[in-house]
Design a protein around this ligand. Structure first.
Ligand code: ATP
Ligand code: MG
Length: 416
């Protein structure tokens, strides 16, 4: 039955994979909190306009990738393809302009109708930060440093490369747009269909094309850096100076543009060669006009988002272990009730406890080993009569008889 499969591009996170996934999330939250970002959660769906009006009418995300639907009440809604638009909507809805600078961290599922591949799903997860209300390069530096520190604490400092560019202010981009149109117009018949359209609507987007033919042409295209006006150049220089100061390594990539339209000035991506085609693991930039564009006040922002699945793919599996239990094993059915009580008492006292539900002692010991248990507590008739149990340390094999009323203290070394 087709309906018993998960829908194309979605998948289940079973406990082991979930532990790796959670390790990525918890590392990001821990690092971001140290940088002053606190977690917020916004809804998984928003009015479609929140995305369609902000991400760019011609962006891939809006033209091809949105999961949109109409509610029974006739509202047009979209499952969020990214986090920034929702966080900015929340900034406006909650009147947070009184509280700037606002520093938000988020984690959650995102949805894009894309062709599923390794590291590319239709439901995936992002962690991200948004620093709203600071117009100086200090904010860009701090945001990028947080992203770098996050990847570093995951152990990826040597596996990733920070690519940096400046998209300049709108004056600089307008000048660049003219140059780009002039350049690509010479090769119009060689461009992919998508890029032919982009030439009219949004030529910058061609630089981000994944079409091999387009990529060839992009190699010799003029670069934005040559079109930056003085203010934009100064801003960019300050960002680079700050990164140098903090020892955050980067390479400049003058052809880096981002897939969404709301960016200006700083644009950056952390990429890796270890994941094949899906090489971008963390990306972001500055969005000074996004909140205004959404109908809010003129408040600048800068942030990034990172794909949790891609980072989980890069992580060694043994990085994140499942909790290791203590297993309670009644020697025969007569001790089952006592086993239930002991298990409960230990759980109430903060221990991770598993109990086999059936089977003889040998079977239950095997299961304990399979669960990577730290210890087994054997409940035999004779010991119980003395008010005691047998504790077997499954690492060392050592075994001793322990009085039930001293059990919690005796097991302290097995506490997580
Ligand atoms: P790509 O160029 O790989 O499509 P993107 O530019 O569309 O990425 P962003 O919108 O910048 O991606 O999202 C930030 C991060 O989220 C990406 O760098 C990536 O790690 C992750 N990501 C984006 N789309 C997907 C997806 N469909 N499946 C898994 N992770 C994704
Ligand atoms: Mg994409």
């Amino acid at each position: 039955m087709a309906s018993l499969k998960s829908v194309k591009g979605t998948y289940d996170l079973l406990p082991k994979e979930k532990a790796t996934h959670r390790h990525v999330y918890e590392t990001s939250r821990d690092v971001c909190e140290r940088f002053g970002f606190n977690e917020v959660t916004t809804p998984i769906f928003e009015f479609s306009e929140v995305f369609s009006r902000t991400l760019g009418e011609t962006s891939d995300v809006v033209t091809k990738e949105m999961f949109s639907m109409e509610t029974k009440g006739g509202d047009k809604i979209t499952l969020r393809p990214e986090g920034t638009a929702g966080v900015c909507r929340a900034f406006i809805s909650n009147g947070l302009q009184q509280e700037t600078p606002v520093k938000h961290f988020y984690y959650g599922p995102m949805f894009r109708y894309e062709r599923p591949q390794k590291g590319r799903q239709r439901q995936f997860h992002q962690v991200g930060v948004e620093l709203i209300g600071v117009e100086t390069p200090q904010a860009d530096i701090e945001v990028i440093a947080a992203g770098y520190q996050f990847l570093k604490e995951l152990g990826f400092a040597d596996d990733v490369c920070l690519e940096l560019n400046s998209l300049g202010d709108s004056e600089s981009r307008a000048a660049y747009r003219d140059k780009l149109v002039a350049y690509f117009s010479q090769f119009e018949d060689k461009l992919s269909e998508d890029s032919k359209n982009r030439l009219q609507t949004n030529p910058l987007r061609i630089l981000d094309s994944k079409d091999e033919g387009d990529k060839e042409l992009v190699k010799d295209a003029p670069v934005l850096t040559d079109c930056l006006n003085e203010a934009s150049l100064t801003f960019y220089t300050e960002v680079k100076k700050g990164l140098d100061l903090l020892g955050v390594p980067y390479v400049e990539n003058p052809r880096l543009v981002r897939g969404l339209d709301y960016y200006c000035h700083t644009a950056f991506e952390f990429t890796t060669t270890t994941l094949g085609a899906q090489g971008t693991v963390l990306a972001g930039g500055r969005y000074d006009n996004l909140i205004k564009m959404m109908g809010g006040p003129q408040v600048p922002g800068v942030g990034w988002a990172s794909g949790v699945e891609r980072l989980a793919l890069m992580s060694a599996e043994d990085k994140a272990e499942l909790p290791r239990p203590i297993c309670i094993i009644p020697v025969s059915a007569a001790q089952q009730e006592e086993a239930l009580k002991v298990a409960h008492q230990l759980r109430v006292n903060g221990f991770v406890v598993d109990q086999g539900y059936s089977g003889n002692m040998k079977k239950r010991l095997n299961r304990a080993n399979k669960a990577n248990a730290l210890a087994a507590i054997l409940l035999g008739e004779d010991e119980l009569a003395r008010g005691a149990v047998t504790v077997r340390d499954l690492e060392s094999g050592e075994q001793s008889e322990v009085a039930l009323d001293g059990l919690v203290d005796h097991l302290a070394k097995f506490k997580a």
